[in-house]
Design a protein around this ligand. Sequence first.
Ligand SMILES: NC(=O)c1ccc[n+]([C@@H]2O[C@H](COP(=O)([O-])OP(=O)(O)OC[C@H]3O[C@@H](n4cnc5c(N)ncnc54)[C@H](O)[C@@H]3O)[C@@H](O)[C@H]2O)c1
Length: 416
Amino acid sequence: MAFSMKQRANTGLARKATAATSRVPAMVVRAVAAPAPPAAATETKNAFGVFRLSYDTQNEDPSLTRSWKKTIKVAVTGASGNISNHLLFMLASGEVYGKDQPIALQLLGSERSKEALEGVAMELEDSLYPLLREVSIGTDPYEVFGDADWALMIGAKPRGPGMERADLLQQNGEIFQVQGRALNESASRNCKVIVVGNPCNTNALIAMENAPNIPRKNFHALTRLDENRAKCQLALKSGKFYTSISRMAIWGNHSTTQVPDYVNARIGGMPATDIIRDMKWFREEFTPKVALRGGALIKKWGRSSAASTAVSVADAIRSLVTPTAPGDCFSTGVISDGNPYGVRDGLIFSFPCRSKGDGDYEICDNFLVDEWLRNKIRASEDELQKEKECVSHLIGMMGGACSLRGAEDTTVPGEV
Ligand SMILES: NC(=O)c1ccc[n+]([C@@H]2O[C@H](COP(=O)([O-])OP(=O)(O)OC[C@H]3O[C@@H](n4cnc5c(N)ncnc54)[C@H](O)[C@@H]3O)[C@@H](O)[C@H]2O)c1
């Protein structure tokens, strides 16, 4: 296989970075705004495009590439972190977007993870994936999101000792404000965005509100891991294989207020409650087990889920690029505007959704919401509203007061 590794042209970088500077972010400004001393200029130059791997398609066997689609650009943040360490190789292998879908990976890291990011690029190069047409790395989101068709936003800071949820919302919220603006400026106008970094619902809201040029519908918060965990518990309890489980929806926030919906779940096409005839188990074991699964894993393993999270990101993408089976659904946190369940507008809220496989989706409108479900959904909605008020200054909203300070912590310990 022929390929070449090229240093990126400096002129293009300088042009874009300067344009970005005039528009805001501290991250970018630091790198290029002021008349920079020579050392800083060199650093900026090297911070992006150290690796740019492009295969020479001219001399390739056309029988291999003739049926391939147009290359898509996938930006990934937190690209040298634990989740990405699994996900990037799944993306490059073709098992997510399809075996006829070439991709370009555009990887964003933080200043601290620059070296590690180079290591990731080297690993990708050495893996010789034919569908991986290009790898580029950087620390400037305006550059890295350039023309991205997908943005998988995984990078976030972990919660430090003694840090409250409100502090985490602020700290990571600022990252998503900057990156939302960068998406707005640089990404494809129909970029699909999946936010993984926690607190993912509110981070997705912040990114969305800072990216008015991209449709609000295109922003997702990852709740697919919660769905997969719920399916696993139903499979274990019923003794049926997980592929027989359908309509397993997660409602609300990716926190312990999330609502794994056993009311509408099916096992082998039958209501789950007809197969597992134990309402006490559903309410007192199933529901908390799913919501607290992340914390339980950390206790056993000493770190938060990475491989299963990567699998769930892959599942979330596949759910958007392949048609949903008739009657089934997938869970994803999306904008609540105009939803059929009376959840207030303006929140990123997990709903049961379905897709035609064109990258878009609609919220399923035929889920039964009984009183138990309604009360749980309302509690998660209230929590998301409070989170929104805590970050009002990051989304151009006036007058929000953060009532989460000192409140009960509903985030799985160690998950953020
Ligand atoms: N939604 C979910 O279901 C789910 C599940 C598991 C983990 N998570 C969250 O995913 C996030 C990542 O988890 P991980 O295990 O990969 O963490 P990690 O600490 O291994 O990796 C995070 C990476 O992000 C980078 N980073 C930090 N700030 C950045 C910025 N401003 N721009 C770009 N990169 C930046 C860090 O340098 C680090 O390499 C965490 O917030 C975690 O809580 C979400």
